[in-house]
Ligand binder design. Structure first.
Ligand code: SAM
Length: 425
C-alpha cells in the first residue's frame, strides 16, 4: 500500500543545522577547491553513505553541481555517477574527481604562470563586468594569467587543474561584493582581497597539499559527472542505483546559469548575461522566472501535463493566484509559470529515477519550499506526491532549518523551511 508520511516535525527541535549548505566544505580537502554557493555538506553526505551503503553500492547524484556527493563517494571507495547540465560547473566537478595529477608538472605550470611577463594589453576591450569587479592593475594581472593559459595550454590533467585554480581565485581577488549568491554588487566593497599572484600561489599550494593527501590515502576514481538531463531516463543504469543523494534546484528564482557568470565572462565563454539562456539555462530544470519567461509557455498548457495530475488542484490554485498578484508588483515576474514548470520537471525527474533505482532503494533530496510574491508553495508535500505517483512507496520530510528568502529586496513574512525528503521504494 502507498505510504505518504510527512513528518514535518522531524528535526524541528534541533538547532538550525548547516548540513544543507556548502559552508563547512571550505575546510575540507578537495571540496574547498571551488566554492559553489549551491552545494551541501560533505560531512553529512559521508554519514549518509556510511549508514546506507555497502562496498558494492552504486550512488547517483542527478543534480551533481560541484560534485560533493561524488567526491565523498570516491573517498569512501564507492562507485558513483553524477548528472550535471551546467557545463562549466560539470568541468569543475570532474577536475575534483581526478587524482592522476603529476604534482611536479602542475608546480612547473604554476611557477611559469607566476613568471609570465605582462604584455601590453588594453583592458578596455574586456567586458564591463570585469572592469567593475577589478581595479586596472588587478585585472591586468588576471588577464596575464589567462593569456598564459590560452597561449600554452595542453589537454592534460595538470592544465585542467590550473584552469580550476585560476577560476577559483576570481572572486577572492575582486574588491567588490561578488558573493555569496551569484550577484555581483559593484557598490559593495570587500574588506579582504588578495592580489592575483598571492591568491594563485596560495590556492595552488592548497590544491597540492590536498592531492598529496589523496595520493597517500590512495583514493580511486570511482565516479564521474556526465552531461545528462535528470528529467530524462538513462537506460545505461536502469535498475542499478542503490542510493540517491542530491539537492535539486529549489523553485526560488535562483538562476544557476548566472551562478558562474563572472567566471564564464572571464574565460570568454560568454560575452554577457544574455548569452546565458542559450549556453546554460535552457538545459536546466525550470526554477527561475527568467527561464519560464523566455520559454513563453502559457500556464494552462503546463498545468495540463499529465505528470502533474497528483497535485493538479493545489498547484493550479497557487499558480492562478500568482498569475493575478504579479500585476501588483513592479517586476511582474512570471512566478506562476515558473512554479508549474518546476513541478512538471521534478515529476519527470522522479519518473526517470524510478527506472534507475533498484527496488527497496533509498533517495535523499535536500529541498526547500518557496513563497514567490508571498504565495506559499509546499515543496515537501508536492514533491512527495509526485514521487509516490512515480512509483516510490514512501516519503518522509526531515526539517533542517527555517529560512526566509528575499524576493528582489522585498521581504515577505511567510515562514519557509529547508530539509531532507527521504524517499523509499
Ligand atoms: C543545488 S545544485 C547541486 C549542488 C551540489 N549538491 C554540490 O554540492 O555542489 C543543483 C544543480 O543542478 C543542476 N541542474 C539543474 N537542472 C538540471 C538537470 N535538468 N539535469 C541535471 N542537472 C541539473 C544545476 O546546474 C545545479 O548545479
Amino acid at each position: 500500500m502507498e505510504q505518504l508520511c510527512l513528518f514535518d516535525n522531524i528535526g524541528s527541535s534541533q538547532k538550525q543545522d548547516k548540513t544543507t549548505t556548502f559552508v563547512d566544505n571550505m575546510k575540507l580537502p578537495i571540496h574547498r577547491w571551488f566554492k559553489y554557493s549551491a552545494g551541501f555538506s560533505a560531512d553529512w553526505v559521508k554519514n549518509v553513505i556510511n549508514e546506507y551503503c555497502k562496498k558494492d553500492s552504486f550512488i547517483l547524484d542527478p543534480f551533481a553541481g560541484s560534485g560533493t556527493t561524488n567526491v565523498v563517494a570516491n573517498e569512501l571507495g564507492i562507485h558513483s555517477l553524477g548528472y550535471e547540465q551546467h557545463y562549466f560547473v560539470r568541468q569543475l566537478a570532474n577536475i575534483k574527481l581526478f587524482y592522476g595529477i603529476n604534482i611536479d608538472v602542475f608546480k612547473t605550470i604554476v611557477d611559469n604562470a607566476l613568471m609570465y611577463p605582462t604584455k601590453k594589453m588594453s583592458i578596455l576591450e574586456e567586458s564591463d563586468l570585469l572592469m567593475k569587479c577589478y581595479a586596472p592593475d588587478v585585472l591586468v594581472e588576471l588577464l596575464t594569467f589567462r593569456d598564459f593559459y590560452f597561449t600554452n595550454k595542453r589537454e592534460t590533467p595538470e592544465w585542467h587543474l590550473f584552469w580550476l585554480v585560476l577560476t577559483s581565485i576570481l572572486r577572492i581577488t575582486s574588491h567588490v561584493g561578488t558573493a555569496q549568491w551569484q550577484y555581483i554588487l559593484p557598490n559593495k566593497t570587500k574588506k579582504n582581497t588578495l592580489t592575483p599572484k598571492i591568491a594563485l600561489r596560495k590556492k595552488a599550494e592548497e590544491v597540492i597539499a590536498d592531492i598529496k593527501v589523496s595520493k597517500q590515502k590512495d583514493f580511486k576514481e570511482l565516479g564521474t559527472v556526465i552531461e545528462h538531463d535528470a528529467r530524462k531516463e538513462n537506460s545505461q543504469i536502469n535498475n542499478q542505483i542503490d542510493l540517491v543523494i542530491t539537492s535539486p534546484p529549489y523553485p526560488n528564482n535562483y538562476d544557476y546559469a548566472d551562478a558562474t557568470r563572472l567566471e564564464m565572462i572571464f574565460w570568454k565563454e560568454i560575452s554577457g548575461w544574455s548569452d546565458l539562456y542559450g549556453k546554460v539555462r535552457k538545459n536546466l530544470v525550470r526554477s527561475c522566472s527568467q527561464h519560464s519567461a523566455a520559454d513563453k509557455i502559457p500556464l494552462d498548457k503546463i498545468l495540463e501535463e499529465h505528470v502533474l495530475a497528483p497535485i493538479y488542484g493545489e498547484l493550479q490554485s497557487v499558480c492562478k493566484e500568482l498569475e493575478q498578484v504579479r500585476f501588483l508588483h513592479g517586476g511582474k515576474k512570471t512566478y506562476h509559470t515558473m512554479l508549474a514548470s518546476y513541478y512538471c520537471d521534478m515529476a519527470n525527474v522522479f519518473i526517470a529515477l524510478r527506472k534507475a533505482m533498484k527496488h527497496n532503494s533509498l533517495m535523499c533530496f535536500v529541498i526547500g519550499d518557496s513563497a514567490p510574491y508571498g504565495v506559499y508553495a509546499p515543496a515537501d508535500i508536492w514533491l512527495s506526491k509526485l514521487a509516490i505517483s512515480a512509483g516510490f512507496s514512501s516519503c518522509s520530510f526531515e526539517k533542517t532549518r527555517d529560512r526566509n528568502i528575499k524576493w528582489k529586496n522585498r521581504k515577505h513574512d511567510v515562514p519557509l523551511k529547508e530539509g531532507r525528503l527521504w524517499i523509499k521504494g
